[in-house]
Design a protein around this ligand. Structure first.
Ligand code: ZN
Length: 390
């Protein structure tokens, strides 16, 4: 420390020993240095929840919270379903407080202070919601290459809520219940052709489509018919008509004839009397409820009829309709074969059997334009089946 003194004319500078307040300051500084040194090395005491805590320079609550006896005061992770402990210490961490206030986790702790601990709290595991779409289950009945959809299935949608840690199922609900589809398999080929009783030698042809309506194929067939100005006859299953009311009404609106092909496509000759009557009555009622008009024509599933079926149809004032030409599209023989078989070299009226449902009908759709073209080239007129029964 330098001091300037004036003694007469001579001015000189001299170094003095520390004394008085400067000494005290120096001592304090020395103590501070020692204190800081201690603080940096061994630490100075503070208290934490009544216990001694050695606080070093730069010690933060984060450091303290790692101490075992503090960590034990963490909350637990609980299951959402029953609040059981999933993970000890999996809740929120405890916090350090000073005079009741939280000390930020990155703030430096100071010696000689009395800190407290605020325990952590339990956390309930989060939940996750999973939406699943389940394909419609399909039940196959019988055996054989001919498949007829008796009832369309429907995809189901379920919503399940899980505990995201425990995997517990908290709730599971079908928001759209799946519906089982039913497909009847039968031996190839229709058993009989009971004939359309087509009269005359006029060049008339009636294209008929069985087993629909089917949202996969019927619209494509309707478009081809419309593009070509052709009216056709659709022998619908009443179960499908009920499932597809708009499509059924569209068939009517576009000028085609709706006819009855039973309710569930069973072999009618195998039904008990009451069931046989019910099959006719219920299918007629169902189709009428969709289109507004009960059909006048009926084609037996598989073309199989007997005296009982014929008699019941007559009681219901239904005209049984068979076919003259089987396109065999049901066996999926290839588009070219379907065209060939659907257009045999014959004169006079004929009813052609085709399908717009009951399996994969892409070949039928693909064959239709050529079938129409072939009949047109031969000078045929396209009619609906009622034309043959006037
Ligand atoms: Zn059929």
């Amino acid at each position: 420390m330098n001091e300037y003194l004036t003694d007469g004319s001579k001015t000189y500078r001299r170094r003095r020993l520390l004394s008085g307040p400067w000494l005290a300051l120096a001592v304090a500084a020395g103590v501070s240095v020692v204190a800081i040194g201690l603080l940096a090395a061994a630490g100075l005491p503070a208290t934490l929840d009544g216990s001694t805590l050695m606080v070093r320079l730069g010690t933060t609550p984060s450091d303290v919270l790692e101490l075992e006896r503090v960590a034990e005061r963490s909350g637990d992770l609980l299951a959402a379903k029953d609040r059981r402990v999933l993970r000890v210490g999996g809740g929120t961490a405890p916090a350090i407080t000073y005079r009741g206030a939280l000390v930020p986790t990155d703030a430096a702790l100071l010696p000689f202070r009395a800190y407290g601990i605020r325990p952590g709290t339990d956390i309930v595991e989060p939940t996750k919601t999973v939406t699943r779409t389940i394909e419609a289950p399909v039940e196959y009945r019988g055996d054989g290459p001919l498949e007829t959809v008796v009832r369309f299935g429907r995809k189901g949608v379920s919503v399940t809520v899980y505990g995201s840690v425990s995997g517990d199922v908290l709730s599971s609900e079908w928001v759209v219940p799946a519906r089982r589809g039913i497909v009847v398999r039968s031996k190839g080929g229709y058993a009989t052709s009971n004939g359309g009783k087509v009269r005359g030698t006029q060049k008339l042809v009636a294209l008929t489509f069985d087993d629909g309506p089917d949202p996969r194929y019927t619209p494509a067939i309707l478009k081809i018919l419309k593009d070509n100005g052709v009216k056709a006859t659709f022998f619908v299953l009443s179960s499908h008509a009920k499932d597809q009311p708009d499509l059924t009404r569209r068939i009517v609106a576009e000028g085609h004839l709706i006819a009855n092909h039973s309710r569930t496509h069973r072999d009618l000759t195998k039904l008990k009397a009451a069931d046989l009557e019910g099959e006719f009555r219920r299918s007629q009622e169902a189709i009428a409820s969709v289109t507004g008009v009960p059909p006048r024509f009926f084609r037996a599933p598989y073309g199989i009829t007997d005296a009982r079926v014929t008699a019941e149809a007559k009681r219901k004032k239904l005209q049984l309709v068979g076919w003259e030409v089987d396109s065999t599209d049901w066996s999926k023989p290839g588009t070219a074969t379907i065209v060939k078989r659907a257009t045999p070299q014959r004169n006079g009226g004929m009813i052609v059997l085709m399908h717009d449902s009951g399996g994969d009908r892409r070949q039928t759709v693909a064959a239709l334009p050529a079938i129409i073209r072939t009949y047109r080239e031969r000078g045929f007129e396209f009619v609906t089946v009622d034309r043959f029964y006037k």
